[in-house]
Design a protein around this ligand. Structure first.
Ligand SMILES: Nc1ncnc2c1ncn2[C@@H]1O[C@H](COP(=O)(O)OP(=O)(O)OP(=O)(O)O)[C@@H](O)[C@H]1O
Ligand SMILES: [Mg+2]
Length: 222
C-alpha cells in the first residue's frame, strides 16, 4: 500500500532567464515499510523534492498525499500539526535542541503534541539506537554519530508515517556512517518504518530497498 504519493510536482524558482526548474514534473509513490534512497548530482533537486514530500515547502504546482491526506490543501497551521504527527525529519546537521538533554530531545515531538510518550516504544527506540547510556547527556557533549542517532530516535518518536532524511551521514566519518546506516536499517525493519533518504554515497544507496534517481528536477529511474 502506498503511504506517500507525489503527483506531477513542479517547483520553479525565478523568472525568465533566471528561471530554475528545481522540480520538473515529479510523480512517485512510496510503499509502507519501504526504505528508499534518493541519489543525484548536486543541484539536481533532491532536497527540494524531500522538502515537498514532507510539506516543509509548497510546490509551484502538483500534489503530495500522505496517509490519504493532501498536504497542500491544508493551511500552514494545520500542515505544521500534521507534519509533527506524521513526518519525521533527519538532517545532515542533526538540528538537536542544545538546551534539552538526549531524552528530552527524543520525546520533544510527542510532548509538543501534548501526548504522553509511549514509554515502552520510546524505550525500544533508545535500545535499538544504543542510546541508553546517554539519556541525560546534553547534545553538545556527544559525537556526531551519537547526535545523529538521537536525531533518528527523535524522528521515530511520534511513530510517523514516514521519515525523510537529507544526507544523514553527510557529516560523519566512514566508520560512523556505517554504524548509523546499520542502525537506520535496523529501525526500518524493527518498526516497519518507511524511510526516504538522500545520499551522495552510491554504496549506501545500494543497501536500500529501492533507489530513486533524480536529474535536472526529474525522476530518471526508480
Ligand atoms: N530558494 C531557492 N531559490 C532559488 N533557487 C533555488 C532555491 N533552492 C534551490 N534552488 C535551486 O534548485 C535546484 C535544486 O536544488 P536542491 O537544493 O534541491 O539540490 P540538491 O540535489 O539537494 O543538491 P545538493 O546535493 O548539493 O544538496 C538548484 O539549481 C538550486 O540552485
Ligand atoms: Mg541537497
Amino acid at each position: 500500500m502506498s503511504i506517500l504519493t507525489a503527483n506531477d510536482l513542479y517547483k520553479i524558482y525565478g523568472k525568465g532567464e533566471n528561471e530554475v526548474r528545481a522540480l520538473d514534473g515529479v510523480s512517485l509513490q512510496i510503499k509502507e515499510g519501504e526504505f528508499a534512497a534518493v541519489v543525484g548530482t548536486s543541484g539536481s533537486g533532491k532536497s527540494t523534492l524531500l522538502n515537498m514530500l514532507g510539506g516543509l515547502d509548497r510546490p509551484t504546482s502538483g500534489t503530495v498525499t500522505v496517509r490519504g491526506k493532501q498536504l497542500f490543501k491544508m493551511k500552514d497551521e494545520a500542515l505544521t500539526v500534521f507534519r509533527r504527527r506524521n513526518i519525521g525529519f533527519v538532517f545532515q546537521n542533526y538540528n538537536l535542541v542544545p538546551v534539552l538533554n538526549v531524552y528530552e530531545n527524543i520525546v520533544l515531538p510527542v510532548e509538543l503534541d501534548g501526548i504522553k510518550p509511549d514509554e515502552s516504544y520510546i524505550g525500544s527506540i533508545i535500545e535499538t539506537l544504543k542510546l541508553s547510556e546517554k539519556l541525560k547527556s546534553m547534545p553538545g557533549n556527544l559525537s556526531g554519530g551519537q547526535q545523529q542517532r538521537v536525531a533518528i530516535a527523535r524522528a521515530l518518536s511520534a511513530k510517523p508515517a514516514i521519515i525523510l532524511a537529507d544526507e544523514p551521514t553527510g557529516n560523519l566519518d566512514s566508520k560512523t556512517t556505517q554504524e548509523v546506516m546499520l542502525l537506520l536499517q535496523a529501525t526500518s525493519k524493527t518498526f516497519h518504518q518507511t524511510i526516504v533518504m538522500i545520499t551522495h554515497n552510491e554504496e549506501i544507496a545500494q543497501t536500500a530497498d529501492r533507489i530513486i534517481r533524480v536529474e535536472d528536477g526529474k525522476v530518471v529511474g526508480q
